[in-house]
Design a protein around this ligand. Structure first.
Ligand code: A3P
Length: 319
């Protein structure tokens, strides 16, 4: 047996295992006494701040509203905003993973010693990202996974207008109906847009992977209820996630006539999300609604089966 100096050993190891050099897998150093011992002072306590739950998306289902409402909960703490990815940390799903564990840990507040709290982060890109599940599982094996399920047709329509608001050329060029009707052989930009618009709404396909990894730690939020009746959605959520204290959300949020949505109360006034959340656009035309309902009908049946099998509640729109 030949023993090399550490650096040479590492070089040799990564030469033989190039995939691991590209994508290390971060685990929790606090779960291993030997790892904990070699952490410098000042970093030993940091892993206590790792999240208790992660809101994984999908995008355009009301994840920012959920996060915003939770920021007003007295015993729930949110991650800080990422310096690079506009509010969401997107650690497990992006190049940020290569920034290393300390980068992630430094984006969480210290857990207060004197009272029980829950810490969370939300990155809506996680829901459909393939490397994310094993990465979260490796670092946070017992974390709760929160997914917001909005009726998938409404989600797709919202996503399409989000692309238009960002002047994405294919979305500017093609109508929503053209996106729905795109078929093999059409403009590749249109097909790509169609895929990114519709695929995340195949909830059963994605959710089954999360359930396989996290089993009963998966929590579903009804996206339609979060929009129309967030007071009871948030009261239910506290129960489902197990917040250390319960607060009646009728005291924390109120309907804002101008915004057309519920917003957190700050004093007497509501403080709503910016213009990119709760956009104004025309109602979905009837022919589009018919086409999208047909598209999602079999996928929604799969979702029903999946939720039934795992004794998870149906969102109202699925009933
Ligand atoms: P629209 O802007 O298309 O209406 P996400 O934060 O996951 O990207 O989701 C954005 C969607 O959240 C918005 O899509 C909006 O419909 C929905 N939403 C739900 N509750 C909201 C609230 N209280 N304020 C603003 N948007 C809310």
């Amino acid at each position: 047996l030949v023993q090399l100096p550490t650096q040479q050993l590492a070089d040799k190891y990564f030469k033989n295992n190039p995939n691991e050099a590209e994508t290390p897998t971060w685990t929790n150093p606090c779960n291993d006494k030997r790892h904990l011992e070699i952490l410098p002072e000042g970093r030993k306590d940091k892993c206590k701040n790792l999240p208790d739950f992660v809101i994984v998306g999908p995008q355009k289902t009301g994840t920012t509203a959920l996060m915003n409402f939770l920021k007003h909960h007295p015993t729930v703490l949110s991650s800080f905003d990422s310096p690079t990815t506009y509010e969401e940390l997107q650690f497990f799903s992006s190049q940020n993973y290569k920034n290393g564990l300390n980068w992630y840990l430094d984006l969480f507040p210290d857990r207060p010693k004197e009272e029980k709290t829950m810490i969370f982060e939300k990155s809506a890109t996680y829901f459909t990202s393939s490397p994310t599940i094993p990465r979260i599982k490796a670092l946070l094996p017992t974390v709760k996974i929160v997914s917001v399920l909005l009726e998938p047709g409404a989600r797709a329509y919202s996503w399409y207008f989000h692309q238009r608001a960002h002047n994405i050329p294919a979305a500017m060029k093609y109508s929503f109906m053209e996106v729905l009707n795109a078929k093999e052989g059409d403009d590749s930009q249109l097909l790509d847009l169609q895929n990114r618009c519709l695929a995340p709404g195949n909830y059963a396909k994605h959710l089954s992977k999360w359930i396989s990894a996290f089993e009963s730690n998966v929590v579903i939020v009804d996206g339609d209820k979060l929009k129309s009746d967030p007071i009871s959605a948030m009261n239910d959520f506290q129960h489902d996630i197990g917040t250390p204290t319960f607060v009646d959300y009728s005291k924390l949020i109120a309907f804002d006539e101008q915004k057309g949505f519920f917003c957190p109360l700050e004093g007497e006034k509501t403080h709503c999300l910016g213009i990119s959340k709760g956009r104004k656009y025309p109602d979905m035309p009837e022919d589009c609604r018919k086409a999208i309902d047909e598209f999602y009908a079999p996928l929604n049946l799969n979702l029903k089966e999946l939720l039934t099998k795992h004794e998870l509640p149906y969102p109202s729109w699925l009933k």
